[in-house]
Design a protein around this ligand. Structure first.
Ligand code: AP5
Length: 212
């Protein structure tokens, strides 16, 4: 099962990716997480990406396409995978097609901009493993501590309200056209991303179960 999660920054892609991947036993591939890990490790790719992510801009296509091509070649992707945050531009979607990768379903999580801006101010992420929480909607068991690895929970630099607004502009201009790209292929399942997290998961899982 090869899946794509599409949605604005903060729509809940990472949150739902955890549930979907645990359910189907497939890896979640988040270009955002890969880039943040490269930033933490200070690799050449991380240094190149820094200026873009911190400004809320997209990292150049050639960089992320390279990351994805390498990741999808790994053994754990043979039985399927979920892409979270890729593709984000039409050239990135075309690059996937050129790699000969067939996408079975594109799950679009739909959330209005006003809700996104409010949500992002409450997001906290683990600085060690990248797991995502919310100070109201998805609290960790112990405040400020990751349930999974006991790492410290921090606010992402790009969750500052001005940067979030810029990320939303970029989303509407460059990423939203992907919905039409995949609608033409009859692959899109859209879900309302406002409301209870587990209810949204249920809707997504039952739509994906129908594929098996
Ligand atoms: P990336 O990390 O992919 O960020 P994003 O797409 O902007 O998405 P987020 O991770 O911010 O949000 P999400 O949808 O996963 O939401 P989450 O589940 O955390 O990318 C970061 C940067 O890397 C980009 O800006 C770009 O520079 C670069 N990049 C990455 N991929 C790239 C690519 N392909 N090309 C070029 N550049 C690329 O949820 C958000 C919060 O809301 C959490 O606190 C969560 O607990 C809460 N929440 C979730 N669901 C609900 C709900 N239903 N109700 C209430 N709260 C909820």
């Amino acid at each position: 099962m090869n899946l794509i999660l599409l949605g604005a920054p903060g729509a809940g892609k990472g949150t739902q990716a955890e549930v979907i991947c645990a359910h189907f036993g497939i890896p979640a591939i988040s270009t955002g997480n890969i880039i943040r890990e490269a930033l933490r490790s200070g690799t050449e790719m991380g240094l190149r990406a820094k200026q873009y992510t911190e400004a809320g801009q997209l990292v150049p296509d050639d960089v992320v396409i390279g990351i994805i091509a390498e990741r999808l070649n790994q053994d754990d992707c043979k039985k399927g995978f979920l892409l979270d945050g890729f593709p984000r531009t039409i050239p990135q979607a075309e690059a996937l097609d050129k790699m000969g990768i067939t996408i079975d379903r594109v799950v679009e999580i739909d959330v209005p901009d006003e809700e996104i801006i409010q949500r992002m101010s409450g997001r906290r992420v683990c600085e060690k493993c990248g797991a995502s929480y919310h100070i109201v909607n998805k609290k960790p068991k112990v405040e400020g501590v990751c349930d999974l690895c006991a790492g410290t929970l921090v606010q992402r630099k790009d969750d500052h309200p001005d940067t979030v607004k810029e990320r939303l502009n970029v989303y509407h201009e460059k990423t939203e056209p992907l919905k039409d790209y995949y609608l033409k292929q009859n692959k899109v399942f859209s879900v309302d991303g406002c409301g209870d997290i587990s209810e949204i998961s249920k809707q997504i899982l039952s739509a994906l179960e129908a594929l098996i």
